[in-house]
Design a binder for this molecule. Structure first.
Ligand SMILES: [Zn+2]
Length: 220
């Protein structure tokens, strides 16, 4: 069965984890533009060389080039059974470009999923992360308690600067501002937008996503 999905969600909502679980469940590749850009650089294709120009100048790779990478992925054998797009599109203009690529190939999206959680929960999840300076363990204050030492090696646990509550709130504000028009765009589209509650264990969220997709009872 072909499954073509877009998965969206703010930082801290578990989009990466759920994207992997869904991709595995349906046997489809998880297409992340970051991965595709790195792969193109490595492969040294004509498109990869165009990517390199921007990459080496420290500039954002333009939409037109990213869409070229996605078109290549759509035309390759890996996406014959579908795909899950993770982290793309981010803007309405990218969504238009993606829509054109799909239409040219006679393909349609099965679902656009928006994983959601209240801001206070997202802030708590990210700002509670702790990293061990000595052994690199990543844990959470919910697991080890406040000001606890590393459970693996006894060294001190620290918070990364990106994970500070204030930084997280800023990242969430940027995400909301950027994504709201996109959510409206898909809500008005033929596919529609499906909001899914991202609270709870990763298994509970996965089951909720699968139920939404109405494949929960089919064998993996
Ligand atoms: Zn440690």
């Amino acid at each position: 069965m072909d499954v073509r999905l877009i998965l969206m969600g703010p930082p801290g909502v578990g989009k990466g984890t759920q994207g992997e679980l869904l991709a595995e469940r349906f046997g489809i590749p998880r297409l992340s533009t970051g991965d595709m850009i790195r792969a193109a650089l490595k492969a040294g294709t004509a498109l990869g060389e165009r990517v390199r120009v921007y990459y080496e100048a420290g500039e954002l790779v333009p939409d037109e080039v990213v869409l070229g990478l996605i078109a290549e992925a759509f035309d390759g054998p890996a996406t014959a059974g579908g795909f899950l797009l993770d982290g793309f599109p981010r803007t309405v203009s990218q969504a238009d470009g993606l829509g054109a690529l799909l239409a040219e190939r006679g393909l349609k999206l099965d679902a656009v999923l928006s994983l959601e959680a209240p801001e206070r929960e997202l802030v708590a999840r990210i700002s509670g992360r702790r990293v061990c300076e000595a052994c690199g363990l990543v844990t959470h204050v919910r697991a080890v308690g406040d000001d606890a030492p590393c459970p693996e090696c006894g060294s001190s646990l620290v918070q990364r600067s990106d994970d500070r509550a204030e930084t997280v709130r800023n990242r969430l504000a940027v995400y909301r501002e950027q994504t709201e028009p996109l959510l409206e765009y898909y809500a008005r589209s033929e596919t529609g937008l499906t909001a899914v509650d991202g609270l709870g264990t990763k298994e509970a969220v996965r089951d909720r996503l699968l139920e939404t997709l109405q494949y929960a009872e089919s064998p993996a």
